[in-house]
Write a protein that binds this ligand. Structure first.
Ligand SMILES: [Zn+2]
Length: 290
């Protein structure tokens, strides 16, 4: 897949040095039913997931308000069904809600039909509960097939956040031609799950203090801001980062990024901005029938 070169050198608004997408995965209980032991009666684990929408999310919203930042929340349809009030509130407060599976299907789908059915179901939940049609795709397990980009594009999506190969956005291609559909790569470095998740033994052993985790993210931020024209897409989970000590350190980090050239955007806003910056796209021929 040679669609990531040359790297985009983005001109961010107001001459800012680096684009910052604050993105939260509201996996909630699904993280434990899909990635954990799958035992829905294991109330200790399940309620760890519930902590996200029930306790962490309201605190995160308050923190984002204090910084006057709009963020992106990737919400599985099932999570929206279980916690409709707080998920609707995300949209009401002007945050973006993106696709993140129906029940956080980690392994992807067995066929295109099955994947479309999952997307239909999840999108309907988000429409019915929060009144939004998602335009951004973050796969729960980051699984993408040959047809995925074309399928997302045809479904009206304008970006995906699944790759990990470059430090900034790029336009996907169909038959070698760029299309108005972006990739916002992420990395484990910017994922609180790799510092703070207690899902399995190795992760438990690697649990870091928030200052240690943010120190590593800050080093990357400083490096990319110095290069210029780059972007970071974060992966925070309300059930992990919504604890007060961690959130306080994250809030300080946001203050630091603001003071050092960060341009904060919702992911859909960043996609629209970059599509507009690009100018006209050449006509393309689709590769797949549907
Ligand atoms: Zn997730």
């Amino acid at each position: 897949m040679n669609n990531t070169w040359p790297r985009m050198q983005v001109k961010w608004p107001d001459n800012k040095k680096i684009g910052i997408l604050m993105a939260f995965d509201v996996d909630a209980e699904c993280l434990w039913t899909q990635r954990g032991d799958g035992n829905r009666d294991h109330i200790t684990n399940i309620s760890r997931g519930t902590y996200g929408p029930k306790t962490g999310l309201p605190r995160i919203l308050k923190m984002l308000d204090a910084h006057n930042i709009k963020a992106t929340f990737y919400v599985p349809g099932w999570t929206a069904e279980q916690h409709p009030k707080i998920i609707k509130e995300l949209a009401d407060r002007g945050h973006e809600i993106g696709f993140h599976g129906y029940e956080h299907e980690e392994k992807g789908a067995n066929s295109r039909e099955e994947e479309e059915a999952i997307m239909d179901r999840a999108e309907k939940c988000l429409r019915d509960i929060a009144g939004v049609q998602p335009v951004g795709h973050r796969g729960p397990g980051g699984v993408m097939y040959d047809y995925s980009v074309e399928m997302f594009y045809k479904r009206g999506y304008i970006y995906s956040s699944n790759h990990r190969d470059v430090d900034g956005p790029f336009f996907h291609r169909i038959n070698g031609k760029e299309i108005p559909f972006l990739e916002f790569p992420k990395d484990s470095l910017y994922d609180d799950g790799f510092y703070m998740c207690t899902l399995s033994e190795p992760m438990r052993e690697s649990m870091k203090s928030p200052r240690e985790a943010i120190k590593m993210m800050k080093a990357e931020f400083d490096g990319l801001a110095e290069e210029g024209g780059r972007m970071i897409t974060f992966v925070f989970h309300p059930q992990l980062s919504g604890h007060p000590g961690r959130l306080r350190v994250l809030s300080e980090f946001i203050g630091y990024m603001k003071a050092h050239g960060a341009c904060f955007m919702r992911s859909d806003e960043a996609a629209r901005y970059l599509i507009e910056q690009h100018g006209p796209f050449e006509p393309i021929e689709f590769q797949f029938d549907k």
